[in-house]
Design a binder for this molecule. Sequence first.
Ligand code: ZN
Length: 324
Amino acid sequence: MRTKTLEHQWLHNLCMRGGGDDKDVQNLKRLAAGYAGECEFDDWLSNYGRPHWKIFKDIWIDAGGTTQVDTLLVTGEGVYVFDVKNYSGALEFVDGKWFSSGKRLNKDIFIQLKRSMEKVSLMHYRMGRPGGLYSSIVFINEHHDVKIVDGVDIEVTMRNDIKRKIHKIADEENWNGSLDIEEVARAIETFIIPCPYSPRELEAAEFDLLRRGICCAECSGFDIAVNRYHVRCGCGHSEAKEKAVLRTICEYGVLRHDRELKLEEVYRFLGGVTSKKHLSKVLRRNFKLISTGRHAKYENPRSEYDFVFKDHDFYYNRPVLNRV
Ligand SMILES: [Zn+2]
């Protein structure tokens, strides 16, 4: 599974709980579309690529400067970088400029990738140039209409070419593949750094305006009835209470990424759905203790539940229907 960026998770939780302004909502939409496009491309790669290929998703690289890479693929033949764009609507590249429905875009998709590839090339060079290095922009949206009038020196893959492109990479591996993929991947890992950007920190006043309590995992509503072992939303969705509590603690951690988890603060955010005593147990069981005592602190994973507790199973996981 591809992890959403902290900025994406933060905006999602902020807007879901009634915070943020129009700009935040627009940003969230843009990030959500980008994420959906990247996940779709992941599916293409896993359906038509080869199981032994190594794929890095949404990584930051430090080589003569930092850069972000959506998808980096290592095959037996070389290293491939993909910049996935999920634009819908008409897009035109004329005279070295991008236009969307006749309006000039203030960013240049090609220059972005070129600048990024300068760093990736330096990394590749420092690794001793294992195999070839290739890059491509992928326009993944099925409702887009991209017209590139000028000749460009960057490879562009349109949606209807993705499958063919992946097959071509597999063919190239058949002909020239001689790399030890694991070894190349390990060398790349030495250049990977954590994302250097964090969302802004919420002021206490802004945070206090956000909705507290458990938010439905299905419909994002707050019409939640809390029973002993389950929580049930007005939309009909039911969830193990232990999971809902843990999920909400993670949401708190994303919103307050600038601090660790403290019992009192998390308790307030949960809006009384569980006792302090029980919450203390949940924290102890699931998060790393950083400092003990009256103001015990637990490590904030700074990530939503789905990315932190991927394989967690709960005793009361089965949804219980028709029980009040
Ligand atoms: Zn719901």
